[in-house]
Design a protein around this ligand. Structure first.
Ligand code: SAH
Length: 400
């Protein structure tokens, strides 16, 4: 008698057979077009979702404006939402305590992958950076519970909120500025794999660093050597790791502010590293130029921004990746190492490997795959939610 267990207070939303099938397959999203009416349901409400006949399928968070109208939060009825939030936050923290090593910066909560859809929390040493992406997670009670629980479990010096105005607009939420929610400090330093970084909570892209690459930095450092070029280096994530093992390291990025932080990071790590040369340039132009003028390297890292923001961009994105990889392959000495990444969800791992194979053929090089990697374990992948898996990082050995 599943009906009897449903909290009577929760509004119900009926799904079309297609929406119900999606949930039964293990996905956690239902699109607006698969709702059979949600007229009286408040934006951001906790709801019971049912199939067409009214049979409960679980409990979800509702958005009145997003195309993703339903994000499941539990297979079960939920009587006490704040208690569930506290439990989910506790689970997310204990997962990291078990699996995350060699860092005091990592993603503490990764939205759907931690059964907390719409909430992202990153830890940078003693500062937490929080992002809220949905109506439900923006509700006062949810915010208060979340902040109190994070403070209670992690004792940060400060919690700051990073606001993406576009997300708030899409969710029809009133605008609000980024800023401190608790504590006073917005800057700190953090350490991953023994490499130190500056962090300013209110600057930079994403929530400050590309934490999803953390394990790939360490993996790459195992194989690289000689003269290294880190293309799309941002604040030096790969370059600083390479500097510990390579003879010469050059980092390239189009963002001057990112390179300024990269240079400060290099100073912070001086003891173990070398001078790193930072070049402000468009990577496409620089690679074209350098390959034409016979620059040669033993190691090249390519970590561009997402080229495919939607499925429509897929072909153009593949062409972009191919151009970069082709030029890099031509510039690598025999025995060299290519570290090549894509963070476009729409470019699948097999698309990416196919692109790389085709670049190898065109550059007349033979590539041996050393490792095919993804995002760090603090960005968990849910097997039934493909959208949680987005990062590809391929390490390959270049023969003649
Ligand atoms: N490898 C970095 C993350 C790179 S993110 C790390 O591990 O931290 C992508 C970077 O590409 C950003 O820093 C952005 O400024 C830079 N970028 C975007 N378009 C570029 C272009 N055309 N040429 C050079 N850099 C570019």
């Amino acid at each position: 008698m599943p009906e009897a267990r449903v909290t009577p207070a929760l509004p119900k939303i009926k799904l079309s057979p297609r929406g119900a099938t999606r949930l039964k397959s293990g996905h956690v999203w239902v699109y607006k077009s698969d709702l059979l009416g949600a007229d009286d349901v408040a934006p951001g409400a906790l709801v019971t979702v049912t199939d067409q006949r009214g049979k409960p399928l679980g409990t979800a968070l509702y958005s009145s404006s997003s195309q993703i109208a339903i994000r499941m939060i539990s297979h079960e009825p939920v009587a006490d939402f704040p208690a569930l939030l506290r439990q989910r936050i506790g689970d997310a923290i204990s997962y990291r305590q078990k699996l995350v090593r060699d860092t005091n910066a990592y993603r503490v909560i990764f939205s759907e992958a931690d059964q907390l859809p719409g909430l992202i929390v990153d830890r940078y040493n003693d500062i937490l950076s929080l992002q809220i992406l949905t109506q439900a997670m923006d509700a006062s009670l949810v915010r208060e519970t979340t902040i109190a629980q994070l403070a209670d479990e992690l004792h940060p010096a400060a919690i700051i909120e990073r606001v993406d105005p576009r997300v708030r607009e899409l969710e029809t939420l009133p605008s609000r500025p980024s800023g401190l929610l608790q504590g006073e400090r917005t800057a700190t330093t953090f350490t991953m794999n023994g490499v130190h970084f500056h962090f300013d909570a209110l600057e930079g892209q994403k929530t400050g660093a590309f934490l999803d690459q953390r394990e790939n930095y360490a993996a790459a450092a195992q194989y690289v050597k000689g003269d290294a070029l880190d293309v799309f280096c941002y604040q030096g994530g790969f370059a600083l790791h390479l500097a510990r093992v390579c003879d010469n390291v050059t980092g390239v990025d189009s963002s001057r502010p990112a390179l300024e932080v990269a240079d400060q990071n290099a100073s912070l790590n001086k003891a173990g590293g070398k001078e790193i040369e930072w070049i402000e340039a468009n990577a496409f132009d620089l690679l074209k130029d350098y390959s034409a003028t016979n620059h040669r390297y033993d190691t090249i890292v390519l970590d561009p921004p997402a080229f495919a923001k939607s499925k429509r961009d897929l072909d153009a994105a593949i062409r972009g990746y191919k151009e970069l990889n082709l030029r890099a392959l031509k510039m690598l000495r025999p025995g060299g190492i290519l570290v090549t990444c894509s963070c476009s969800y729409h470019v699948t791992q097999s698309d990416f490997l196919e692109m790389l194979g085709s670049a190898a053929v065109d550059s007349r090089r033979t590539l041996r795959l050393i490792e095919v990697r993804g995002q760090a374990k603090d960005h968990p992948i849910l097997l039934n939610v493909p959208e949680t898996s987005y990062l590809k990082c391929v390490l390959a050995y270049v023969s003649e």
